[in-house]
Design a binder for this molecule. Structure first.
Ligand SMILES: Cc1ncc(COP(=O)(O)O)c(C=O)c1O
Length: 399
């Protein structure tokens, strides 16, 4: 006897419900595809000790649902950190905690987007953000950049063209520190220019600053948020890049009307209080030391990757030389199809993401993003050497 038919949900799904397209994570031998931190650098003992200390002090509060805006003492810590490090004038009320900055980004996108609205980004942009923008119906427009950020004339031209077309431009999203995937940091002059151009069009700037702490070289550059006194800048950051993505904790800073709308899209109460307590205790005592150690290791890893790029691709490709963060962007000659090679390269040991994955317009198949933070320095060196062998074996470089 055949059993009952499986229940059919097809006619029940919401019109905008989409099937998840994110594949489970997989790892090549040389894993340059995703910017994981190095598991050997995670401060596991420190976090465990911090959690114990915090639970002894405040564990009984776990009996209650957390505040929807997140643990007040950690929000205060974030406000103080941003005042100290990023010159931002804030109180704890300007900050909410989120499940990673990914959630902060999704909440802002939902609060600001009606289907058909336009948002502008750097010409190559963090995949997760682009996915959310499109998920909620935005038209995403990439604006040409050079090694200092948006090219001002291109930004102005895009704003003018889209405005003339009657489009609603909702914000310019930017990753000004060690941009993902391009690796550069936006210069001070470009930050000021970005604010002044967007102001002409009454468009806010959404500053995603999650890599700022990972500087191992060069001079610090103040946040875009600090250059504005009008509330034109929305800002987010994360503990993923300075502690661990598995903690799932980030934060959003925005003017009150934006925070209130964004919060209405936060599901499931506040953030995980377990993670918030551990981080709150840890960051007060150990964060600086931990980030300094991490950055020293990152510099060596970047250098190893750059050395291998020079030896294998000198005179053939060009690449960014980031002063921090986790990414090197490599541009091969026009016609090199790194998109077609990606799966083969993965199967033969080298994981990377090709450029078109980061482009709203789908350009950049001749580029790759290499993440240098997860493997050790020798593995970075060997992996780039292996990538050169794979490219040679499959004859992908144009003759
Ligand atoms: C630029 C940028 N923003 C946000 C995120 C999201 O990170 P999380 O949600 O772990 O804070 C990432 C992750 O790679 C990123 O690169």
């Amino acid at each position: 006897m055949p059993g009952p038919q499986p229940f059919n949900y097809d006619k029940l799904f919401a019109k905008n419900a989409q099937v998840n397209t994110r594949a489970p994570s997989r790892h090549a031998k040389y894993d340059f595809a995703v910017a994981y931190p190095d598991p050997d650098n995670l401060p596991l003992e420190g976090l465990a000790d911090s959690l114990r200390t915090a639970l002894e002090r405040e564990g009984r509060d776990l009996a209650y649902y957390p505040e929807v805006t997140g643990l007040p003492s950690l929000r205060q810590w974030v406000a103080d950190k941003l005042a100290r490090d990023r010159n931002m004038k804030l109180t704890a009320d300007d900050v909410i905690l989120t499940a990673g900055s990914g959630e902060a980004i999704a909440m802002v996108i939902q609060a600001l987007t009606d289907p058909g609205d336009v948002c502008l980004t750097e010409e190559y942009v963090y995949l997760g953000t682009m996915r959310q923008m499109k998920r909620f119906g935005s038209e995403v427009v990439g604006v040409k950049c050079d090694g200092e950020g948006f090219v001002g004339s291109e930004l102005r031209a895009a704003l003018k063209r889209l405005t003339n077309q009657g489009k609603k431009i909702k914000y310019v999203y930017t990753i000004p520190s060690f941009q993902n995937p391009l690796g550069w940091s936006m210069s001070l002059a470009r930050r000021k220019e970005l604010l002044s151009i967007t102001r002409e069009y009454s468009v806010p700037v959404f500053e995603d600053d999650c890599y700022w702490d990972l500087r191992f070289e060069g001079e610090d550059i103040t946040s875009i948020h600090s250059l504005d006194t009008t509330g034109q800048v929305i800002y987010c950051g994360s503990f993923s890049k300075i502690l661990a993505p598995g903690m799932r904790l980030g934060y959003l800073v925005a003017p009150k009307p934006v925070l209130e709308r964004a919060l209405s899209f936060k599901a499931g109460g506040g953030v995980n209080q377990f993670a918030a307590l551990a981080i709150d205790e840890y960051v007060r005592h150990h964060l600086k030391e931990h980030v300094d150690d991490q950055n020293q290791a990152l510099r060596a890893k970047r250098d190893a990757m750059l050395a291998a790029l020079g030896e294998n691709f000198g005179g053939i490709a060009t690449w960014s030389v980031p002063k921090g963060g986790l990414y090197i962007w490599v541009t091969f000659p026009e016609g090199t199809d790194m998109a077609a090679l990606q799966e083969t390269a993965f199967n033969e040991g080298v994981g990377y993401y090709h450029g078109a994955q980061f482009s709203p317009e789908g350009k950049g198949k001749n580029c790759v993003r290499l993440c240098f933070g997860h493997p050790d320095a020798k593995t970075n060196y060997d992996g780039v050497t292996e990538l050169a062998r794979i490219m040679e074996r499959h004859g992908v470089l144009p003759a």
